[in-house]
Design a protein around this ligand. Structure first.
Ligand SMILES: NC(=O)c1ccc[n+]([C@@H]2O[C@H](COP(=O)([O-])OP(=O)(O)OC[C@H]3O[C@@H](n4cnc5c(N)ncnc54)[C@H](OP(=O)(O)O)[C@@H]3O)[C@@H](O)[C@H]2O)c1
Length: 309
């Protein structure tokens, strides 16, 4: 029997890849995000299964309750609730407008908390169910110019752990936190920017499909926390064991690897309103990186071939 899976943040990146991955398994889907047009595209991508799309702003009062009600009206049950909705903002803390900081936290932390609350209310009555949240390696470490996002992800880490402790007497109800490192999604281009330079994912960059597989896997093999990213353990170890060294290195590393050289005028990105044209599964960072690595190798090879005749 197929499951009913709610995905909040299904119009882009990891959430969109997750919707497709559940669809491939034959699960029925309830897809939510703010952008109505993109949700319709995702429904078409998952055409082999029964899909309900519900335009939802997770920061609006009662929006997540309405989403659950729409899911129950259509399918009569909810088995899995995935929350991937998030926005990002670049800027020094004292230069980031307060309204932008607050809306990022409202979306990334309070929106996720709202999802957990609504899902648990239903799962307590049903006696079973799985909530899956997307945290980040930035819920264990910090990086400059991303204060609102980092604050949200640390908060999410605390929330997830607390709820997991509260669920110990209900083994059929699970909460899993999936913590990716860098992932190739549009979130970096969609971010608000008060820094003057575009953000980008520092290497190594995972594909959104890889994170989606980890999310789907949590339903069959629920775990407290799943890390996706080859450097996550190393970064956490450096942050914890050598905080002084970490703090010296993280600024220069962030400027070199986490920001591009392209300048950008201050803007709010998709923080307050969706930007459907920027939504896709991938962010286009992986091909760029391949080009970065193989471009010089190819150029050297071509020069050698020319020289050797
Ligand atoms: N990409 C990475 O490198 C990375 C790394 C670690 C963790 N993560 C986490 O992975 C999750 C997914 O991120 P992503 O990279 O896939 O981002 P993304 O491609 O920008 O997708 C974000 C999704 O959230 C939705 N959303 C934003 N604000 C919303 C709101 N108020 N209400 C409902 N939906 C909203 C967006 O749709 P609308 O704008 O249409 O609403 C979109 O579907 C996030 O929790 C992120 O923090 C990402």
């Amino acid at each position: 029997m197929s499951r009913v899976v709610v995905v909040v943040g299904a119009s882009s990146g990891i959430g969109r890849a997750t919707a497709r991955a559940f669809a491939e398994r034959g699960d029925r889907l309830v897809l939510a995000a703010r952008a109505t047009t993109t949700l319709a595209e995702v429904r078409a991508e998952c055409a082999d299964v029964d899909v309900l799309t519900v335009p939802t702003d997770a920061t609006e009062p009662n929006a997540l309750d309405d989403l659950a009600e729409a899911a129950l009206d259509r399918f009569g049950q909810i088995d899995v609730w995935v929350h991937t909705a998030a926005v990002m903002a670049y800027g020094r803390f004292d230069e980031l407008p307060e309204r932008v900081f607050d809306q990022v936290v409202r979306t990334d932390l309070l929106g996720a908390a709202g999802s957990v609350r609504v899902a648990l209310r239903h799962f307590r009555v049903a006696g079973a169910g799985t909530v899956i949240l997307t945290g980040s390696v930035l819920g264990h470490i910090t990086a400059p110019y991303m204060s609102a996002y980092v604050t949200s992800k640390w908060g999410l880490q605390g929330l997830a752990r607390t709820v997991q402790q509260e669920l110990r007497d209900s083994p059929e109800i699970r909460l899993c936190l999936v913590n990716p490192g860098s992932v190739d999604t549009p979130v970096y281009q969609q971010a608000a920017n008060y820094l003057g330079r575009f953000g980008r994912p520092p290497v190594p960059v995972a594909s959104p499909q890889r994170v989606a597989r980890a999310i789907v896997d949590c339903v069959d093999r629920p775990r407290r926390e799943v890390s996706v990213g080859r450097l996550n353990v190393l970064l956490r170890a450096g942050f914890t064991v050598l905080p002084g060294v970490y703090d010296v290195l993280v600024g220069p590393l962030m400027r070199a690897a986490g920001l591009s050289g392209r300048s950008v005028a201050a803007h709010d990105g998709s923080v307050f309103a969706p930007n459907p044209v920027g939504e896709a599964v991938r962010g286009g960072h992986l091909p760029d990186l391949r080009q970065l690595v193989f471009g010089p190798v190819g150029a050297v090879g071509a020069a050698l071939r020319r020289r050797l005749g």
